[in-house]
Write a protein that binds this ligand. Structure first.
Ligand code: ATP
Length: 239
């Protein structure tokens, strides 16, 4: 459990003159489920994009399994084992569920056997995807599209799965189901970094969390500590 998988050190990102992230220090250890909590615009997606090479940090470093990964292209990161499931899902709406899943595996899963194995894993996690495998992704409900996005991200068997706001726009019942499956994915061996506004749901399944405000980490700790923290409850849980 103690081996650090992902380490961001003094990470800062600017959008022109605007400082979106300042001096972010965070890590995810082998096997953990870690959540980044923060309101709209706090900087969670910017952290994700800086880790996954889509935003160039103005300073700081990101290490994955001891190797510096700053500046690596997203496909190189997939090869190293980092897969991001972005906010808004970014599916191919005209393509079928099966084809969308298949796209997730093509960089790394070469043999038919490997692809079939990953497909079966995704279908077992989300049986509705098996039922709808020939349907266009765009015809699925919001929750089913989110399941497909997570299933697609898992196709390459990532060492680190990064999920950006998987609960966005989903009904409460579906959110609970989604978080149960995310916990299951983690318990089956995939390290997970989750960005969420839904602190209540996320802290129930996470090991640890970081709270982001205005591009800075203002609090970090074990999930139960954050869950019982009065400030956090007032700001994010509403109790
Ligand atoms: P959300 O849930 O809304 O995505 P977030 O915590 O992920 O919130 P970010 O998307 O990382 O927040 O945004 C952090 C800050 O950077 C916000 O103030 C946002 O307006 C700003 N920002 C994000 N992307 C850009 C961009 N491409 N150009 C300029 N400013 C940006």
């Amino acid at each position: 459990m103690s081996q650090v998988k992902l380490q961001a050190s003094e990470l800062s990102v600017n959008y022109g003159p605007f400082t979106a992230l300042e001096g972010i220090n965070m890590n995810v250890k082998n096997g953990e489920l870690v959540v980044l909590l923060g309101a709209n615009g706090a900087g969670k997606s910017t952290i994700f994009r800086a880790i996954s090479g889509l935003n160039k940090p103005s300073s700081g470093e990101v290490h994955f399994l001891g190797k510096e990964i700053n500046g690596l292209s997203p496909d190189k990161l997939v090869k190293l084992g980092i897969v991001q499931c972005p906010e808004g899902r970014k599916l191919f709406p005209m393509m079928s569920v099966y084809e969308n899943l298949h796209m997730g595996g093509f960089v790394l899963r070469k043999s038919k056997k490997e692809i079939k194995e990953s497909l079966e894993y995704a279908y077992d996690l989300f049986p509705i995807l098996r039922d709808k495998k020939n349907q266009a992704a765009g015809s699925l409900s919001g929750g089913q599209q989110q399941m497909l996005a997570i299933g697609r991200a898992l196709m390459s068997k990532p060492k680190l799965l990064m999920l950006d706001e998987p609960s966005l726009g989903l009904a409460p019942l579906i959110v609970n189901q989604m978080f149960e499956v995310i916990q299951q994915i983690n318990q089956q061996g995939t390290t997970v970094l989750l960005a969420e506004q839904n602190a209540n749901a996320a802290l129930k399944i996470a090991d640890r969390g970081y709270v982001i405000e205005n591009g800075q980490i203002v609090l970090e700790g074990k999930s139960e500590e954050l869950f019982n923290n009065e400030e956090i409850r007032k700001a994010y849980i509403g109790a």
